[in-house]
Write a protein that binds this ligand. Structure first.
Ligand code: TXA
Ligand code: MG
Length: 350
């Protein structure tokens, strides 16, 4: 079976195709769709069989829970046993949007969807196509990122086709997504809210509204004895096929080091891939150089990160070197993904 691909935009939605996709989901099938963060692989969240199909299509371990997407605020109470005041406050500020909240689950949500946990991850996306699809499907769509487990998350429908084209029923192509990094996950099952995955909504933005918010210890420490609380964060992820190393430090020192690696590879008749920025791309004489965006516009870096990682899979490179991107607001999210893609290989130069 090859997935049917239907193109549309938020301004010109093909409601017939959305109705059809909704029917596929109601009948237990799988549909990939755009959200403002990354493409999602959707199945009916209340149908245990559909969740099992999602795990199988992605090659994902079934103890790694799925996010349930809603498109109307008042449906939250159907799946969350209890909604703390702080969670309501965050929802008011950031929903619909790139925020996922972990709450105690109601029985209506099957254990298959939550990887056996008694909590449920919920997100109300702002993408209009996603919202219409969720409503057409009955209100609750489980959707992990629509990539094969371990690969970079998809930011274009072509990425979904590449990974899952033979494993699912339909792909809604809504063009390239806006943000390009998965949602910020905040856990409300403990006294103090905890960030389990950094995203477009930064720790500072959360603290401004909630006061005390912690980062999950498993995110801060690379000690493998400290397990991240979001099961998915413990897996190696986002990895391109060639080995990726991050080089951090002053710009001049980083250029010197990466250029040295590039020259060494050239001597051996090979070439490296280089993840640069608009500001530095012209300063690497050897290797395949890709600009990820501009340091003047950190959103452009988040927007292109997964795309650039995927592009290198189609290039003949022996290794990839990337600059580091500790940008002010979403740097934490960008570096979290980049470090995972690099298996935490990072060199500091001065
Ligand atoms: O932006 C996003 O969140 C995208 C789009 C499609 O909405 N979805 C997404 O889903 O990134 P996924 O499955 O790739 O990542 C979900 C993460 C995983 O790390 C998973 O372990 C964690 O959320 N998670 C889900 N339910 C959880 C729960 N009840 N407790 C702790 N972590 C949970
Ligand atoms: Mg994912």
């Amino acid at each position: 079976m090859r997935a049917e691909v239907v193109k549309m935009s938020a301004d010109h939605m093909d409601m017939e195709a959305i109705e059809k996709a909704g029917r596929i989901l109601k009948e237990g099938g799988l549909v990939a769709f755009p959200t403002e963060t990354v493409y999602g692989l959707g199945g009916n969240a209340l149908d245990p069989q559909a969740s099992m199909k999602i795990y199988a299509a992605k090659g994902r371990p079934s103890d790694n829970p799925l996010i349930v997407h809603i498109a109307e605020m008042d449906r939250l109470a159907d799946i969350a046993e209890q909604i703390p005041e702080k969670a309501r406050l965050l929802a008011e500020h950031f929903w619909p949007g790139p925020l996922t909240m972990i709450l105690p689950k109601k029985d209506a949500v099957p254990g298959e969807t939550t990887g056996g946990l008694d909590s449920v991850a919920v997100r109300f996306p702002s993408d209009k196509i996603a919202q219409e699809l969720i409503k057409a499907a009955g209100g609750f769509v489980a959707a992990p990122s629509a990539n094969t487990s371990g690969r970079p998350s998809p930011t274009k429908a072509e990425h979904v086709e590449e990974d899952l084209g033979d494993a699912i029923d339909m792909i809604i192509d809504g063009g390239q997504v806006g943000i390009g990094l998965e949602s910020t996950i905040v856990d409300f099952t403990e006294e103090v809210p905890v960030v389990l995955r950094p995203g477009y909504i930064s720790l500072e933005m959360l603290q401004e509204i909630l006061g005390e918010v912690r980062m999950d210890k498993g995110l801060l420490i690379t000690d493998s004895n400290v397990r991240p609380k979001a099961p998915g964060m413990k897996y190696r992820h986002y990895a391109p096929k060639a080995d990726l190393t991050i080089v951090e430090g002053e710009e001049a020192a980083v250029l010197r080091e990466i250029n040295r690696f590039a020259a060494e590879a050239k001597e051996l008749g090979m070439q490296v891939g280089i993840i640069a920025t608009d500001e530095t791309a012209g300063k690497y004489p050897a290797g395949i150089v890709k600009s990820i965006g501009s340091r003047e516009d950190e959103d452009s870096i988040g927007h292109h990160l997964f795309e650039v990682l995927r592009e290198f899979d189609h290039c003949n490179v022996c290794a990839i070197y990337s600059e580091a991107f500790y940008t002010p607001r979403i740097g934490q999210a960008i570096m979290n993904r980049l470090l995972k893609a690099a298996g935490h290989k990072i060199i500091s130069v001065s």
